[in-house]
Design a protein around this ligand. Structure first.
Ligand code: 5GP
Length: 122
């Protein structure tokens, strides 16, 4: 499957759709989810064109991958999510509920997650 250049997150990165940015640098953008399921619900995306976690871990450099996850930890701490506990989610493919085909992780926290709940029904 080829990267879809007109996906929503590509349009956000191109500045064509507004977003509520919580962190940005040369390689990464983090912004509030438009339909938050938790008090903290932030999406973190690389600026590189990767479809999903599989594409990212197979085709990005170890440096890119390491930097991305180091920044995810930093962003979660900066948001205070580490203090309350948080769940990190990455949906891979339609069957897993991935809607936007640009690799992203969800940082979801700010309250207790119901025991046994899956990401889509927190
Ligand atoms: P997925 O199911 O692909 O892992 O998650 C995609 C997420 O992107 C969903 O939680 C959805 O609410 C969010 N989303 C979809 N469109 C937009 C948008 O235009 N702006 C923002 N900020 N989030 C979006």
């Amino acid at each position: 499957m080829a990267y879809a250049h007109n996906n929503i997150f590509a349009l956000i990165l191109a500045g064509k759709i507004p977003n509520k940015t919580v962190y940005e640098d040369e390689h990464i953008l983090a912004f509030n989810d438009i339909a938050p399921k938790m008090p903290v619900h932030v999406l973190v995306i690389p600026k590189g064109k990767y479809i999903d976690l599989d594409d990212f871990t197979a085709n990005a450099t170890s440096e890119e991958i390491g930097y991305f996850f180091e920044r995810v930890g930093y962003i979660a701490r900066d948001l205070g999510a580490h203090d309350t506990g948080y769940r990190l989610v990455s949906n891979n493919g339609e069957n897993a509920g991935q809607i936007v085909p640009h690799f992203h992780v969800h940082i979801m926290g700010g309250r207790k997650i119901k025991e046994g709940s899956m990401a889509k029904g927190l």
